[in-house]
Design a protein around this ligand. Structure first.
Ligand SMILES: [Fe+2]
Length: 578
């Protein structure tokens, strides 16, 4: 009898998602935001995503054996609740709540899952419910999917799970062991998030924008060390300034922020426009540096011995999407290979809770082979969507979509490229992408101004064929998911200037034929036309919108932008001339 495990996320009210394992095989996974078309799908249950996973696998909801969820009850005798209460003494309602009612959110979560399963017609007693500690879910999503067989160091950093914010541990023979945890409010992710808010972006969304801004600033210009006390093995966030709750919060038009008015007194007003100037670029640079330095020292302190033994490290949690930190981790002399769960933020905990539950039940979990785990659509479905769309698109069936796509890109036009199964995780990896020619000057600006409508200083990234990746990135470290930046070789910088960041790095995806043959084919055709087996790749969405999921979403995005060409499966879509 096969075992079916449905993993659900959304424990912290953002990034709900679903993942389905059948006998240790990850069959499907998707984020709720893609279906309901609301970024991060805040306060929503993972209903559409769970529905998709079960439908894709061809199973009925009552065939699910186990529902795994990345949030667990935390005992009163464990340190997290007490630490929280002690450190948030100035907000007595929250502090006392942690002691006397510390699993309130857990109960809310159970209620949400119960309701969700009832909507599918499944009675609560009919399935087994396995709650998994949040950071264990993150840890499992990295370790159990890495395929690493040797003893492996595990790191998880996010804003906060139940109470833990940071997890150091190791995996051995399939089991995860804790070494050390930090608890709220002592959170590197929370600190970074609070500064993200101060710098004018949304927490849990704009952190990568701070990281993108950092290379434009000088980290030495302002000393941000008062934000956090660090003694080499413990962190203590300065809650007088950041990670602030209750009455200490800075408020603006009724909205509370995770920093205090004291931060404004110290650093000046918070950034509120699209500018990238003094002092904010320097604050971004300072924050990024502080985050990198402390993280690296903690890795050395808690995980150094294991890493010196085997060189393998797994990393998840929202902060694992910090590609600059990851570049520095890979550069550590004792790290041979770093695996970052591509859906490192909470969306990935649906996978992690399910993989953790599978292991606990004695089921082996397969290595992650790719993230093309979402819905796909046939050419016929794409044609139907075209015929229904109010924009009245012109469409034609084309014979060789990858070749035609490469020709459009080589001519200097951005191309919307919609193929196969949607990616799981924040990066478009060649199935829901906008592509551009990285050697044509101005392509990045064109996409920024006309299509993505996003900040002009944000970098674009390359997809590179495996055969040239070593020459461009000067490393053979695996990089299939755009989770790392690398220094671009000098002789390539002028060849692909549109995908090299200010500091000479690229957040690259190395493409292999086995995982995405059509995308590989397109880049190979582009190589014939331009000499470079590299394409600029950015996600198929506009600023503030989730990546597109269906052909109808792609058409809405297409007609809401200045894009001229869209290829969906074997269908080339253009706009009728007025
Ligand atoms: Fe998390």
């Amino acid at each position: 009898m096969s075992k079916i495990i449905l993993g659900l996320s959304g424990a912290l009210t953002h990034d709900p998602s679903a993942a389905l394992y059948i006998d240790g095989k990850l069959v499907a996974a998707a984020e709720e935001e893609r279906f309901i078309r609301k970024k991060h799908a805040k306060n929503q249950p993972p209903y559409e995503s769970a529905k998709f996973c079960m439908k894709y696998a061809g199973i009925k909801p009552n065939e699910v054996d186990v529902v795994a969820f990345p949030y667990a009850p935390i005992g009163l005798l464990t340190p997290g609740r007490w630490h929280y209460a002690r450190r948030y003494w100035y907000a007595p309602d929250r502090a006392l709540g942690a002691i006397f009612n510390g699993n309130r959110r857990y109960r809310r979560n159970i209620h949400m899952v119960k309701e969700l399963m009832q909507r599918f017609g499944v009675k609560w007693g009919q399935i087994k419910f396995i709650p998994v500690e949040h950071h264990l879910a993150h840890a499992s999503s990295a370790y159990h999917l890495s395929g690493f067989k040797e003893k492996t160091a595990i790191l998880s950093i996010d804003g906060k799970g139940e109470y833990a914010t940071t997890f150091f541990g190791y995996g051995e023979n399939g089991n995860i062991h804790k070494i050390k945890e930090f608890y709220d409010p002592d959170s590197l992710g929370g600190l970074y998030g609070a500064m993200t808010e101060y710098l004018g972006f949304e927490m849990l969304d704009g952190e990568y924008k701070v990281m993108g801004m950092a290379p434009y600033g000088d980290p030495a210009k302002y000393d941000l060390s008062p934000l956090i006390h660090f003694d080499g093995k413990n962190i203590k966030v300065n809650t007088g300034l950041v990670n602030t709750i209750g009455l200490r919060r800075y408020k603006e038009n009724g909205k509370g922020f995770y920093f205090s008015p004291k931060l404004i007194d110290w650093l000046g007003p918070r950034r509120t426009d699209d500018s990238a100037d003094d002092p904010y670029i320097h604050y971004a640079a300072g924050m990024q540096k502080l985050f990198e330095e402390i993280s690296l020292k903690l890795i050395d302190y808690y995980l150094g011995d294991i890493l010196r033994e085997t060189g393998k490290l797994c990393f998840a949690g929202g902060s694992a999407l910090n590609v600059k930190l990851n570049q520095r981790i890979i550069a550590l002399p004792y790290v041979d290979e770093l695996f970052v769960q591509p859906a490192a933020s909470d969306a990935g905990t649906a996978i992690g809770a399910a993989s953790y539950a599978a292991i606990a039940m004695g089921i082996e979990v397969e290595k992650l082979r790719h993230v093309f785990l979402g819905p796909s659509y046939t050419s016929e479905e794409c044609i139907e969507a075209c015929n229904r769309h109010p924009g009245k698109p012109s469409w034609q069936v084309i014979k060789n979509a990858p070749q035609r796509g490469a020709e459009i890109v080589a001519e200097g036009n951005p191309l919307a490229w919609f193929q196969g199964r949607m990616e799981f995780g924040p990066r478009a990896l060649g199935c829901r992408s906008i592509l551009g020619c990285p050697n044509i000057a101005g392509i990045a600006d064109l996409i920024n101004e006309q299509i993505k409508y996003r900040e002009r200083w944000r970098p674009f990234c390359p997809s590179i064929l495996d055969k040239v990746a070593g020459d461009i990135l000067q490393t053979d470290h695996p990089a299939p998911y755009m989770t790392f930046t690398f220094d671009v070789a000098q002789h390539w910088k002028s060849r692909i200037p549109e995908v090299v960041h200010e500091d000479g790095t690229s957040r690259a995806q190395v493409v292999t034929k086995e995982t995405n043959p059509r995308y590989y084919d397109l880049i190979e055709h582009l190589e014939k036309l331009t000499g470079n087996a590299v394409v600029l790749n950015t996600s198929l969405n506009r600023r503030g919108e989730p990546v597109v999921c269906s052909p109808a979403d792609a058409l809405n995005m297409f007609f809401g932008s200045d894009l001229k060409s869209l290829i969906m499966e074997d269908i080339l879509v253009t706009k009728k001339k007025a």
